[in-house]
Design a protein around this ligand. Structure first.
Ligand SMILES: [Ca+2]
Length: 275
């Protein structure tokens, strides 16, 4: 019995220890569960001093960025409106100057052909050959001013024109497109009111359903007083070209193909200077 009693005591002791272990394990699990389910305690921790300092700054930065973005949009809008206004102003200015040129043309200069009007307060007609010769022949010096003595057909300049073959009553090819490349400019030792010009004229024309191209080397001169480019006939058909810069426009000249013998124009077009 003793041994059985000993073993009984030992068994009940072991069971009690295991029960205690199980109970403490269970309690620990319940504790963990409660810890998980328990809502976080109220913020008892004071705000981080760094966060306190930066949060308003970040907010201000965002506001400033927003204002800059809005201002940038307004500036872009204003710039577009300004560009548009500038274009319109230039358009009106050109229209006004075109009208002024037209009035000047209708009124005439009061000088005969091959004479230059000094203009200003002391109008006076002087011969073309005195213009840009290095001596002041107008009292106001107009015949020697930079604007008058600027060569509007410098070497390397290119001009282009679209022609209407239906109104061409003289050329054999009846070109649809014509371009001029100024290849040389040479000032004469005497007769300085003109500069000698060399150029290549390229014409495009239709024949037999095919587009052809012909390049004609030409010689001529530019007359400062009349602002006139003249090409002598490059072929034996006696047809030359004159092109006159009118008024304030320096980017185009008004051209005529004309018979050298009679100076009768038989085709007209506008030559535009290429940028
Ligand atoms: Ca002069």
């Amino acid at each position: 019995h003793k041994s059985a009693g000993d073993s009984g005591f030992s068994l009940s002791y072991t069971q009690s220890a295991m029960n205690l272990l199980l109970l403490s394990g269970l309690l620990a699990l319940v504790g963990v569960g409660m810890a998980i389910r328990r809502p976080p305690p109220e913020s008892s921790c004071p705000p981080c001093p760094l966060q306190e300092r930066w949060l308003p700054l970040m907010s201000r930065t965002e506001n400033t960025e927003l204002r800059i973005s809005r201002l940038s949009t307004r500036v872009d809008d204003l710039r577009q409106r300004l560009d548009s206004a500038k274009e319109k102003a230039q358009e009106y200015k050109n229209k006004y100057l075109d009208l002024q040129d037209r009035v000047d043309e209708l009124e005439g200069t009061g000088c005969e052909r091959k004479y230059f009007q000094c203009g200003g307060d002391f109008p006076k007609c002087i011969s073309d050959i005195l213009v840009c010769d290095g001596h002041n022949d107008c009292e106001n010096g107009h015949d020697e001013c930079d604007k008058v003595c600027a060569n509007l057909v410098p070497a390397g300049a290119t001009f282009e024109a679209v022609l209407d073959p239906n109104t061409d009553t003289c050329t054999q090819r009846k070109p649809e497109h014509l371009s001029v490349l100024i290849t040389g400019v040479r000032k004469a030792d005497y007769y300085t009111s003109r500069v000698k010009i060399s150029a290549h004229i390229t014409v495009k024309f239709h024949a037999g359903g095919v587009t052809h191209e012909a390049v004609l080397p030409v010689k001529g001169y530019y007359n400062y007083a009349q602002r006139m480019l003249v090409f002598l006939p490059p072929e034996d058909d006696g047809l030359g070209i004159i092109c006159i810069f009118r008024g304030h426009r320096t980017d185009r000249c008004y051209a005529s193909i004309m018979r050298e013998a009679t100076l009768d124009p038989c085709s007209r077009f506008v030559l535009y200077k290429k940028e």
